[in-house]
Design a protein around this ligand. Sequence first.
Ligand SMILES: *[C@@H]1O[C@H](CO)[C@@H](O)[C@H](O)[C@H]1NC(C)=O
Ligand SMILES: *[C@@H]1O[C@H](CO)[C@@H](O)[C@H](O)[C@H]1NC(C)=O
Ligand SMILES: *[C@@H]1O[C@H](CO)[C@@H](O)[C@H](O)[C@H]1NC(C)=O
Ligand SMILES: *[C@@H]1O[C@H](CO)[C@@H](O)[C@H](O)[C@H]1NC(C)=O
Length: 545
Amino acid sequence: MFLFTILLCLPVIGNDSCEYLLSSGRFLGEKVWQPHSCMMHKYKISEAKNCLVDKHIAFIGDSRIRQLFYSFVKIINPQFKEEGNKHENIPFEDETASVKVDFLWHPEVNGSMKQCIKVWTEDSVAKPHVIVAGAATWSIKIHNGSNEALSQYKMNITSIAPLLEKLAKTSDVYWVLQDPVYEDLLSENRKMITNEKIDAYNEAAVSILNSSTRNSKSNVKMFSVSKLIAQETIMESLDGLHLPESSRETSAMILMNVCCNKILKPVDGSCCQPRPPLTLIQKLAACFFTLSIVGYLIFYIIHCNAHRKNKPCTDLESGEEKKNIISTPVSPLEILLQSFCKLGLIMAYFYMCDRANLFMKENKFYTHSSFFIPIIYILVLGVFYNENTKEFLPVYMHIRVLVAAYLFQTGYGHFSYFWIKGDFGIHRVCQTYSIWASSCKNKAECNELHPSVSVIQLFICQYHIWLAADTRGVLVLIPGNPMLNIMVSTFIFVCVAHEISQITNDLAQIIIPKDNSSLLKRLACIAAFFCGLLILSSIQDKSRH
Ligand SMILES: *[C@@H]1O[C@H](CO)[C@@H](O)[C@H](O)[C@H]1NC(C)=O
Ligand SMILES: *[C@@H]1O[C@H](CO)[C@@H](O)[C@H](O)[C@H]1NC(C)=O
Ligand SMILES: *[C@@H]1O[C@H](CO)[C@@H](O)[C@H](O)[C@H]1NC(C)=O
Ligand SMILES: *[C@@H]1O[C@H](CO)[C@@H](O)[C@H](O)[C@H]1NC(C)=O
């Protein structure tokens, strides 16, 4: 019961991960970018082409936008050379997928840029599907950082804002905020580009383009994450202005995630993904468990009433022990319902963690502490369980599973991807139970099997509530504090595993009868039930494609 209070009290964090992807994150180690709260997918050439087929993407702006353009195109075609004329438009077209990506050289927000955008608003054929725009440093440079230029910039942005807003109704429009510079490295003719000026220009752009009008949020999205990336990496820049290759690639990959996650829905790319619809099996399971919970509650209330009637006599004889004796006899049906009730709650929690995008997920990143702390912690929890409940909890099994799990994930990542890909959430668990149930005939044998079953349960549990998105990431219950997060999710993990092993024990005692003939009958029923489920799910799969 303690466990369930925790589950119910957990904060529900369901925010738009797209906004997080565009505006926040941190570096894990040297090169891996971790958006706040969600997982980024690394797009391969084929996936990129698949998503962008028949699309037209336009990058419009200065030399830093050109860099972003090059990195983006290299996701589609790594052979593309950065040798276009510096101050001219650069086209790219992939014949096989008919993807068109253009770079349009408009280093200033002036009449020329406005004209270009205006043409798009008037001609729906020429209008790109995705527009990535940004400019400011050029203006700072040619006006020698004057304040008049800043007020002109504000005026010019104000005049293109309605056009961008209009485009954003049907296309994706991103305004790229200016990255900081590394002032020490800047050449003499760029010395006027200071971070102070850049901040002022960014502020101007945000206040005009990101303002909410008439209670509705602006449709032009601010691409501010490249600013954060640049803050960490601009020191490695060659000229103090242009970013090193790796950070440009990260920005391009973020752009790719923003555009493609909602289309391709990769398992390990939880950023920007809408919630998957409920499958029929999930709905059926929800109904079943809800009924069990209702049934159990009815039993519980009846039981309470009966207990209240008995109360005076127990009180008279003033025996705590006697009370216990009276309340212990429970019918198998009640145990059954109670087990299903608990199982249902755990399943609901699995679902919330795994599929519903309620909790945030982050990419896995190995550090020694993130490996050893859970192990030590589980040891401590194991001791706690042993002392408090006097029950055998296979602590050493936990550790072996942890180690095995890590080996499994690193070495056999690809294998596990195919093996557990898809919507196996509920019937994966059921299948394991049925295998186990069919391999054990009576209770003594079941108890012997118990430790190995715990291993299987742990193995399944970890997929849902500790790791996320089919082992590709880690679940985040407490954002911003990885250590505490490991602690809490490990604790819940152990509690749930413990509960599940108890539930299976209870269920096994009821479902698996002593004599062989009725056992066979029940097994046949169970087998038929799972066959039915499998057929249902395969029918659904087909109808979805
Ligand atoms: C806009 O700026 C670009 C680059 O500085 C320049 O070539 C172009 O002539 C300008 N257009 C107008 C209308 O001022
Ligand atoms: C603003 O637009 C005008 C008109 O095209 C242009 O002459 C001027 O250079 C622009 N100023 C800035 C700072 O972009
Ligand atoms: C640019 O501005 C700086 C100070 O703001 C000034 O010292 C410098 O002389 C100016 N350069 C030109 C070419 O106007
Ligand atoms: C844009 O506005 C939204 C709310 O309207 C805000 O949450 C977001 O932080 C703003 N973006 C930037 C880059 O300031």
